[in-house]
Structures are given as structure tokens and as C-alpha cells.
Design a protein. Sequence first.
Length: 164
Amino acid sequence: MCLTDGCASEGALMGSPDRDAKNSMGLWRRILGRCLTREAADRSCWSYAEGQLTVNLERVPELAGRGSGVRIEGGELPARILLVRGDDGELYAFRNACTHAGRRLDPVPDAGTIQCCSVGKSTFDYRGTRLKGSGKADVTAYPVAASGQLAVIALEPVRPAASG
């Protein structure tokens, strides 16, 4: 049985009509904690030094549209980062881990929020404030300074995640 993203027959295997196949895949995607947001295709689009993550926006087409996002992970980074082009056109950065079980986050287009990729669907606003779901606290938001085609993210939190 196919339980991964992009399995055209998954809905049929689940006994769902073809029209519901997309919903079945979405449920399996959430059960498995698979996000829609991908890592930057050009992994050389970012660098990290002295507590600052610098992203060359010209090399990140994943952020072209409002409500889009890109994962930045690996290397010397102290944490996984989700960089989002908000519905307002601004850039927002978050520690890419839900406060419920550490799963990755996705932007929610046209909602001004980010959401956990798990079935709990913990939802947070662009400041990182928990709005609903099983998340135990706010997610950490980082300040982003954009100038021209560069975005610099200070990996010091705007405010630490609060318990709650």
C-alpha cells in the first residue's frame, strides 16, 4: 500500500471514490507528518555564520508567491527554519517545529497562519502565537531584515516560546 505523497492510487486503495482520493492522501500525509513545504531546491541559497542566517532571495523561487514557504535545514544551523512569504508580502521566519511533538510546519495561504503538518493541525499566527490545536506553546519566531535580494534572519527569538 502506498502511504506517501504523490501516490495516485492511494485513494482507491483506501476504498475512497476517486473524487475523495486527494482528501485520503491529505489524511495519510498528516498521519505521517509529511509537509507540503519543501527544502530550498538550491541549497546554496543560504549561509549561516555568527548567529545569522542569510538567504539570497533571487535563488529561492519557492518564495515567489504570497502564502508560500521554504524549509531551510542542515549544515551548521542550530535549528530547522521555515521561511514564509506572508499573505501580506512580508517575510517571516520560524523554528520549524510544532510545540506539540516537534513536527514541521506549513504556511496556510490566505489565512495569515502556519500550521503543524500532523493531524492535530496546531495553528500559529505570523508572530508565532498559538491559535488552536494540540501545540503546547507558541512557536519561536525570528526577526527578518530584508534588503534588496537578501534576507537576514537573526536566530535569536523575537520572544521565547511561552508555555501554555
